[in-house]
Design a protein around this ligand. Structure first.
Ligand SMILES: Nc1nc2c(ncn2[C@@H]2O[C@H](COP(=O)(O)OP(=O)(O)OP(=O)(O)O)[C@@H](O)[C@H]2O)c(=O)[nH]1
Length: 126
């Protein structure tokens, strides 16, 4: 399960306006959906955060997919200055006994590590 958070999104809103920010978020969600399988789920997870559910996907594959998404998001043309939209992703793989809370908590720690390491990165904490 990857958690995705755009980088420096306040700056996107402040520079190009909230409506453009909304459009960027919608485009990121569309890019995710286009990249994922039919059974995968992209969900808004409060604010500008998105949760991605990849059923029956080993962590290694989830990490590969998250890395692909990171690249696609960074390379897409949003109609604003190139390079101004990137995202950080934290990925957690299901472990026996996990609840949704413990899974999200690990993905969130990965996300925090990705932000802390400089953003536009994929991190996983097991
Ligand atoms: N346009 C738009 N902005 C949103 C939405 N939800 C949250 N935001 C904005 O997203 C911004 C998030 O800012 P911060 O939490 O400071 O994080 P950030 O600027 O992305 O910085 P880092 O996460 O540290 O890279 C805030 O300005 C929120 O108002 C939304 O639905 N639409």
């Amino acid at each position: 399960m990857p958690l995705l958070l755009p980088d420096h999104f306040k700056r996107v809103n402040d520079t190009w306006g909230h409506l453009k920010g909304d459009q960027v978020l919608r485009e990121i969600a569309t890019l995710c959906r286009e990249t994922l399988r039919h059974e995968d789920v992209v969900a808004r997870f409060g604010g500008e955060e998105m949760a991605i559910l990849l059923p029956l996907t080993p962590l290694e594959d989830g990490l590969r997919l998250a890395e692909r998404l990171r690249q696609i998001i960074a390379e897409h043309d949003y109609g604003i200055q190139r390079g101004s939209v990137t995202a950080s992703l934290g990925v957690a793989g299901y472990i026996d006994g996990d609840t949704s809370d413990t899974l999200i908590e690990r993905a969130d720690r990965g996300l925090y590590a990705a932000k802390h390491d400089g953003r536009n990165r994929v991190f996983s904490i097991q």
